[in-house]
Structures are given as C-alpha cells and as structure tokens.
Design a protein around this ligand. Structure first.
Ligand code: TEU
Ligand code: CA
Length: 548
C-alpha cells in the first residue's frame, strides 16, 4: 500500500457485493473471489461496511458483537483469509467501526435493560419531562423522536438513529476502554485501516431542547470530541503508524475538520464531510425534489479544498457511498452521455487534493435502482420516510419520485458482474432486486475495454501514483463563476495540473484564465480532446492537462 495520499480506497457493501453460497446475500468469500478484479482496478485499501453480528435493522450498522463475524457473511477464518490474500496483492483492509451506538441486541444493552446499573451507564438513560414527554425534543435521523421509553425502567434511552441503535455514553471511561480494546483486537488481525461511523456525534454535550428553528444539534462536534478522538488514537491505532483512519463527520464544520484530520496525526488521517452532497436538499432536508445547485456545489467543494489545504488537513474525496444515490444518476446522465458524464465525475474527484474513495459499482457507472414499488425497498430510513411523507398527505406518486432520487437503496442494489441472471451476483434470490440494466452495465463488459468507465478509473488511480502533484499539489479554483464548468488547478514544484469539466449536457465555451501553452492532455473522456485558450467544451467534456 502506497502512502494514503497517493492511494485510492474502494468501499465494499458486502451484503451486495458477491454471494458465493446461494442465499442471496453477499459474503466475505465473495470479496475474496473478486480480489483479482480489485487489484486490476488498482485500489490500495478495501473499506468493508460492517459484517459483525447484527440483527440487520440498519444493515449491520446495529452491531451486537464487535468481535464476531455475522454467520450470514462467513467466519473469522474467511476474514483472516481475506486479509492475508489482500495483503499478498498489496491491498489493506479497512474496517467500519460503529461506536456511536450499539444494537439493542448487544449484551451490554440487554444487561442494562435487566437493571444492571454498570451497563445502564454504558448508554444514555434519562427520565422524561414532568409532563411525560421525552427528555428533549431531539429527533432521530430516521424520523420520530430520538428517545425510546422503557416502561420497566420508567426511563427513556437515546437513539440518534433507529430505536434498535442505542447511543453509547462516551462520558463513561469504561465505554471508552471497551472501544479501545475492540480496535486493538482488529489491529491484531492485521487490519490496515478504520472508518469511524458518525464519530463526531459521540460527545453529546447537554441534554436540552434544540433551540426553536435553530436546528443546531448539541451532539454534533460536541464539547469533548477532540479529547475522545485523541485518547482513542493514543490508546489504539495511533500506536501503529501504518494504519489509516477516516472519520464520518455528519454535519460538521471545517474548523473542526482542521483538527480531526490535521497533519499532527493526533486524531484521524482524514475526514468525510457531506456538505457538497446536500446541494439537492432544501437546507438539511433531503426528502424533497429540487434541482442540484451547481454554483453551491462548486463553492462548497472549492472552499473545503482550499481551507483544508491552508490548514494542512486531509480530505477523503468522494461522490458515492452506501448512503448516497449513484452519482451518474444524481449529477450526470443515464442516457446518451452516460459514459462521458461518469468519466467526468470521476475526474473531478480524483484530481482533487484528498484520498479518493470509490464505492462499489461506481467504477462501472452503475445507476440508481429505479424502484417503483414499496416492497422493493429495504432501507429503514427510506421505509420510515415513505410513511412520514404519506402521513403529511403527499401522493404516492410524489413519494415514489422522492424515494427514487434519494433512497439509500439506490446504492445498495447488487454489484453488476455480468449480463446474466441476477448480474452474476447470486444464484439464489437476491436480498434486494438487481438493476435490470445489468444487461448493459456490468464488469464483464468493461474490464478489458480500454474505453470503459472501469478503464478510466484505472487510469485515474494510476496517475495519482505516477504524478506527485495529485497528492502534494495545492488547490486553486479556476473561473468559479462559470455557469457550467468546474475547473481547478493543482501546483507542485514545477508541475501544474489543470482539471477542466463541463458539468452539463450542453456544449459551452470556456476561456482559460491561464495560458495553455506547454500543457499536454494527460487524460480525457473524449478521444479527440483539443484544448484551446477559448475552448468549446462538448457535453460533459473533461480533461486533465499537465505542464512539467
Ligand atoms: O450514516 C450517518 C448518517 O447520517 C446517514 O444516516 C446518512 O448521512 C443519511 O442516511 C443520509 O440521508 C452512518 C452510516 O453510513 C449509515 O449507513 C448508518 O445508517 C448510520 O450512520 C447509523 O449508523
Ligand atoms: Ca451468501
């Protein structure tokens, strides 16, 4: 594995990656079977979303045993084989650790419910208000109150997500020691990286009502978050410098990210922030249908790139993950310009200052699910919001249109390996429907095609290793005011890299603010890319130009 600034991380949602025993659920042997494919792509780390013992109410983000593999995914021997065979290919395994909450099936919570005060202090139990309502007006991210009442205890417990995901009490040193032990356990298994799920929510601050209309969340980037992360770093992964870490930072601020991902290495290697993936929301509300705001997208991407660079902090750069719609459907084109737009979107991310993350199927241009019936959906957040929107009086047609755009299931349909039955994902009944367009969008049809989206990702991953400017260069926006072009410059020693992208289906003119004298085309999504000072960019045209 090269240093993480020249590396690419590939995210695997095991449940939807490859099923090898015909039960319709992806598994760890399936990941092992596809290591050659991943090595061919050229990725350096595999981030696997949780496959620990779980009742699967939130597809594994409700962990019931942090040290055991859920049998539906395989065995510890399978995991050890995966780690060893990945290492042989120079690929490191990154685990996804969910430490903001546990499943209510976890033995800790079961002991708390049974009245054990030691374990009740592992969680956040509070009496209701005198009028019998929950302790605060906080809402779960999956809808409804963030508090669940336990009659036998006459107390509520906090759950920022599903009610089967009880928030841990990080103020309790015993909880923090348990978490350190779990990380050290997996370090002992040869794990090379950790992704920490919604880790900026673990410091809760005071339990008071949200300020009316303020929407501010007391528990985001809370008062002791940096102290907790520095302690976890010191007591576990910080003892092994080769281990990389990334924090999922929900609704965070750049100022906090300067510390979360600072070069001092006291906290994490890098962070995921999500502000750029809310430009098709209304404020923080995602269950709406509005066009993506391109100028806001550029403003956010550029300000984060420049800000983090100025503070020597490191980004994870990405469009896709298991919670986001497929980017080619969201910001690109599923029709005539499907391939050009998928390649353009890849170029925007991979030439940036940060470690690029590729979500399974993104390298093939996989698209949103296109579900038309409620019984096709599996995601707890989507199913809850179907009911919430219907209860608000929205028509079924209207709700389906919103789910089709924003449901997390869009990224959870099975990997499309072949044009054959179930896309080669399973010989059984898949746990979620395979997109019928596997007939034309699949790995088999792309891995040996030099003009494929897969080949474009291979090139981008390789270029990051070949040219230091990708990892080391600074970041300067170009023509930020342009209505349809996203362009920026990277500079490192005597090398300058330009990344120019027409974000739309319409051709446009781009007048370069810098002389293009001496530049050559490093990569483009059009064969006959002809840069010029006043450049007519074709639909979704993207080019990386370099001058050394
Ligand atoms: O996601 C955090 C989170 O806020 C997600 O709910 C996501 O941002 C939201 O659904 C987008 O609308 C993490 C995991 O990635 C997610 O899969 C889990 O459901 C969640 O935490 C709880 O563990
Ligand atoms: Ca299986």
């Amino acid at each position: 594995m090269s240093n993480f600034k020249q590396s690419a991380v590939y995210q695997i949602y095991p449940k939807s990656f490859l099923d090898t025993n015909g039960d319709g659920v992806g598994d760890l042997p399936g990941v092992i079977e596809k290591l050659d494919y991943l090595q061919k792509l050229g990725v350096d780390y595999l981030w696997l979303t949780p496959f620990f013992v779980s009742p699967q109410n939130d597809n594994g983000y409700d962990v019931a045993d942090y040290r055991a593999i859920d049998p539906r995914y395989g065995t510890m021997a399978d995991f050890e084989a995966l780690t060893a065979q990945a290492e042989q290919r120079g690929i490191g395994i990154m685990l996804d650790m969910v430490f903001n909450h546990t499943s209510t099936s976890h033995q800790w919570f079961q002991k708390a419910l049974a009245g054990d005060p030691q374990y009740q202090d592992y969680y956040i139990f509070r009496p209701g208000k005198p009028d019998g309502t929950p302790p605060t007006n906080w809402e779960s991210k999956f809808g409804g109150s963030a508090w669940e009442y336990v009659p036998s205890l006459d107390q509520y417990y906090l759950h920022l997500f599903d009610k089967t995901q009880a928030d841990l009490n990080w103020e309790n040193p015993a909880v923090r020691r348990e978490v350190q032990d779990i990380v050290r356990f997996w370090m002992g298994k040869g794990v090379r990286g950790f992704r920490f799920d919604v880790v900026n929510l673990i410091s809760k601050g005071e339990f008071v009502d949200d300020l009316q209309g303020d929407g501010r969340r007391f528990y985001t980037d809370g008062p002791r978050i940096h102290e907790f992360l520095q302690e976890l770093n010191r007591e576990s992964f910080g003892q092994a410098p080769e281990i990389i870490t990334v924090g999922e930072m929900s609704s965070t601020s750049m100022e906090n990210c300067f510390r979360y991902a600072g070069e001092d290495g006291k906290e994490l290697s890098m962070v995921f922030s999500f502000h750029h993936l809310k430009v098709d929301f209304v404020g923080n509300e995602k269950w709406v249908l509005v066009p993506a705001d391109f100028s806001k997208l550029k403003e956010i991407l550029f300000s984060w790139q420049e800000g983090m660079a100025r503070h020597g902090a490191w980004n994870a750069v990405f469009w896709c993950n298991h919670d986001q719609p497929r980017v080619v459907s969201r910001f690109g084109d599923e029709g005539a310009y499907w391939k050009q737009s998928a390649k353009m979107l890849a170029g925007v991310i991979h030439a940036m200052r940060g470690t690029p993350y590729i979500y399974q199927g993104e390298e093939l241009g996989m698209t949103n699910a296109g579900f038309t019936r409620l019984d096709q959906y599996r995601d707890v957040e989507s199913l809850n919001h179907f009911q919430i929107l219907r209860d608000k009086g929205m028509s079924e047609t209207g709700v389906y249109a919103i789910l089709q755009a924003h449901s997390r299931d869009n990224s959870r349909t099975p990997m499309q390996w072949t044009a054959g039955p179930n896309g080669g994902f399973t010989t059984g009944e898949p746990w979620i429907s395979v997109n019928p367009n596997t007939a034309s969008i699949n790995a088999e049809g792309q891995v040996d095609d030099p003009d494929s989206i897969f080949a474009y990702y291979q090139s981008l991953i390789r270029l990051r290793k070949e040219y230091e400017v990708f990892a080391q260069g600074d970041f300067t926006p170009l023509t930020p005011e342009h209505p349809s072009v996203l362009a920026y410059q990277r500079q490192w020693k005597n090398t300058t890299l330009l990344c120019i992208n027409n974000f739309y289906r319409k051709e446009c003119i781009w007048n370069s603010p810098v002389s293009l004298e001496g530049y050559r085309v490093l990569l483009s999504n059009y064969d006959d890319c002809r840069p010029s000072q006043s450049w007519t960019l074709r639909p979704y045209e993207s080019a990386l130009l370099i001058k050394e």
